[in-house]
Design a protein around this ligand. Sequence first.
Ligand SMILES: [Zn+2]
Ligand SMILES: [Zn+2]
Length: 304
Amino acid sequence: MFKILLFYKYVNIDDPRACMYEQRRLCEKFGLKGRIIIAKEGINATLEGTEENTDAYLKIFLSDECFKDTHIKRSVGTGDAFPRLSIKVRNDLVSDAFGVELDPTKETGKRLAPEKLNEWLEKKPGTFHIIDMRNDYEYRVGHFDGSILMDIKNFRDLPQALAQIAHLKNEPVVPVCTGGVRCEKASTLLIKEGFKDVYQLDGGIVSYMEKYPGKDFRGSLYVFDNRKVMNFTDPDKHVMIGECDICQKHSENYANCSLDTCHRHFICCENCQNNQNGYSFCSQNCQERYFTENPVQAGIKSVV
Ligand SMILES: [Zn+2]
Ligand SMILES: [Zn+2]
């Protein structure tokens, strides 16, 4: 049985490089694969391994004074959710180019437990706003009913995009993201920008779906590993809301645009993918540009 661990912690790490070596030693010892980002401001990780090995890893990880109260989210793995182990030191946990100095350990949005959000959704809908801080391709495959999508292509564009929700400055806002790591920063930014009543969904969407499978959140949760999407409901009850960018049929299959200069990650159903002779183009425009720039491939394609 494989398990996937998802966790982050904003905490001061004096020597990120030493932490990286220690993490590499630990992960290799237990045969874990996945991604870890380490920065002076903390750690952000998704790791997969057998149940036994992930438990053994956590026992050591959580015994570290720095990380002892880290909230760990577990889900069922596949054994090949990650091709390898990648551990990197970065300047910032979620975006190296935010351009604003933010420290969630000093000031951040009020933590709203999944139970509390569930209660709010039941008892006082419409009196607060769920703001989805993820990318559009994540939102499109699943999101909270009635949530607002920040129209950004990348998390680092958030500061410029805040004008879209400036009219909500005096109302309760609840930023949400996959596991919570982006909302620590997003909620801090909202406070800095003058939002008066800022929360953040504690443990992220994944924690909410775990507690309330199939409730309030429609569709599937996009995840950054080979599973692509995850669900907590049984397959018969699952409602698919993702739509293929090309034919608009329901799909949760993703592709990257074959045009190098675009490379957009988009929903592309298996059918459309098969119809493109092994290519996947997110638009007619990208397809035309690709074959203008690569006439040889166009020649091969016409033979096919
Ligand atoms: Zn399609
Ligand atoms: Zn494209």
